[in-house]
Write a protein that binds this ligand. Structure first.
Ligand code: PGA
Length: 249
């Protein structure tokens, strides 16, 4: 049975004090859950979050990672630095990284590989833009994203990959893919993985949905057979809403 996972991507929100408050609230709402729960604060709040959540069932992930072990990469954070503060999971390929920071599949593959070499679990994001959906190109776009990235990995590496299907048109827009649209794409992705690798890898990989998930729609989306949880942006900034989503299975 594959893992159910709910990840809160805080993006560039919450400074030290706001994080303190949020961590206290998360702990007060925390209860045993059928899902693995993670938050992804900014780099500067990782240590603080790991320390505070130590004896809870909430894990901490990073939102990004550098492309090398160490060296002259101004502004970057290495795998060893993340592990040193107790972070063992990273989000790679979020559409904001792809679109605002021009990270392409080639560059993202480097990040995936460096993370995996350091035993850091990768939450890899992919998804089509609105124009791709309108022109009915969405399956082809997602297929190309897979081919250019995780299809270059070894079979063994795939056990450390979580996928997040995030249609760009649904991120932060309030417009959610319907449960049926999410299921259709997740099923498609799982089939591609099965053909490229094998059915065992496809059955075991968790595929999360991201894009305007809220407490009101989480249950319906998560009830789809190929949706194994969610990557939550806006709604993860409110502890009560996030924990409601995390308990929507
Ligand atoms: P959203 O963001 O939930 O605010 O739409 C999702 C994401 O960017 O991962």
């Amino acid at each position: 049975m594959r893992d159910r996972i709910v990840v809160g991507n805080w993006k560039m929100n919450k400074d030290f004090e706001e994080t303190e408050k949020m961590l206290t609230q998360l702990k007060s709402y925390s209860k045993p859950s059928g899902a693995k729960i993670m938050i992804a604060p900014s780099f500067t709040q990782l240590y603080q979050s790991v320390q505070s959540l130590k004896s809870t069932n909430i894990y901490v992930a990073a939102q990004n990672i550098g492309i090398a072990e160490s060296g002259a990469y101004t502004g970057e954070v290495s795998p060893k630095m993340l592990k040193g503060v107790g972070v063992n999971t990273v989000i790679i390929g979020h559409s904001e990284r792809r679109n605002i920071f021009q990270e392409n599949d080639n560059f993202l593959t480097k990040k995936i590989k460096i993370a995996l070499e350091s035993d850091i679990m990768v939450i890899f994001c992919l998804g089509e833009k609105l124009e791709d959906r309108i022109s009915k190109n969405h399956f082809e776009i997602v297929s190309q994203q897979l081919k250019k990235t995780i299809f270059n990995l070894s079979y063994k590496s795939m056990t450390n990959i979580i996928l997040a299907y995030e249609p760009v048109w649904a991120i932060g827009t309030g417009e959610t893919a319907t449960a049926a649209q999410a299921q259709e794409m997740h099923f498609y992705i799982r089939n591609l993985i099965s053909s490229h690798f094998n059915s065992k890898i496809a059955d075991n990989i968790s595929i999360l949905y991201g894009g305007s998930v809220k407490p009101e729609n989480a249950k319906e989306i998560f009830s789809e057979s190929d949706v194994d949880g969610g990557l939550i942006g806006g709604a993860s900034l409110n502890a009560e809403d996030f924990m409601k989503i995390a308990n929507s299975f």
